[in-house]
Design a protein around this ligand. Structure first.
Ligand SMILES: Nc1ncnc2c1ncn2[C@@H]1O[C@H](COP(=O)(O)OP(=O)(O)O)[C@@H](O)[C@H]1O
Ligand SMILES: [Mg+2]
Length: 256
């Protein structure tokens, strides 16, 4: 009698493992998240392949930041149901620090550069806060502007340079997926192109990226795929090219 449930359980496990193996590298499945009584993320699902760049787009207030925060497992908004998987590992049952350990890195809109510290001190602090990623030398190779300013107090740099530092700091830890929330905000086009170049380099080394951006054209031109959100839900999911080609979609949700 007692052997039966064990076998059933074992089969269940094999089924779960096989299912996981067939899944995308990063998989968001029907997540619902709340700020207190406010129901904000209303059943969002999408998949990202390893090394892909995905644009998460939509009007102001559509729920993009809330979605990224949920995916990074920040406490607020609170995830009430749904699943998040990264490289076969569940994130939905994790806290933010555990998700970070699993390889998640969110670069929030305000960049969180630490004042009173130099560029290099910001980078070193990131390195010691997780599994070590890129060495300083490698970071400076990819970010020559930061190399020049390594001894400068980080918050005295321009917005573009601070954004570069925010991305560089993400790479100083061993990460699998990078979430960028409006990295181009307030930056001149020439600086946007520099950041874009860096995101392409990040993609080339196999790090998966989800980018939220009001500058949809700039985000789409470096993305493989796009998800458009409206009022907390996904209204479109497809290739970046499909969005660029679809005028109705752009007019309705992106104002471009
Ligand atoms: N801390 C919060 N508490 C309550 N509501 C919030 C909070 N942050 C954002 N919201 C609401 O959630 C909705 C989605 O916001 P957000 O995710 O920031 O959108 P987006 O990033 O697409 O502009 C908005 O209606 C916003 O007012
Ligand atoms: Mg936002």
């Amino acid at each position: 009698m007692s052997a039966m449930p064990e076998i059933a359980e074992f089969r269940g496990e094999i089924g779960a493992v096989t299912e996981q193996a067939n899944q995308a590298f990063f998989s968001v499945r029907d997540i619902h998240a709340w700020y207190g009584e406010s129901y904000i993320v209303q059943g969002v699902s999408f998949d990202v392949k390893k090394g892909e760049v995905l644009s998460l787009l939509g009007r102001n207030g559509a729920g993009k930041t809330s979605t990224l925060r949920t995916l990074a497992r920040v406490d607020s908004p609170a995830l009430k149901s749904g699943e998040i998987w990264l490289d076969g590992e569940p994130l939905h049952n994790k806290k933010a620090f555990q998700a970070a350990k699993a390889g998640v890195q969110l670069v929030p809109e305000d960049r969180r550069i630490i004042g009173g510290l130099t560029v290099e001190e910001n980078l070193i602090l990131a390195q010691v806060s997780g599994e070590k990623g890129w060495a300083l030398e490698k970071i400076y190779d990819h970010f020559p502007r930061l190399a020049e300013r390594r001894s400068q107090e980080a918050t005295t740099m321009s917005g573009g340079e601070q954004q570069m530092l925010a991305v560089a700091r993400a790479l100083a830890r061993d990460i699998k997926i990078l979430f960028l929330d409006e990295p181009y905000e307030g930056l001149a086009p020439v600086i946007v192109q520099e950041i874009e170049k860096i995101v392409r380099q990040i993609r080339d080394i196999g790090i998966t990226t989800v980018i939220v951006e009001q500058n949809a054209v700039a985000a789409l031109r470096l993305s493989d795929r796009a998800v458009i959100m409206d009022t907390g839900q996904v209204v479109f999911s497809g290739s970046a090219q499909e969005v660029l080609d679809n005028e109705d979609l752009r007019n309705e949700y992106l104002a471009i």
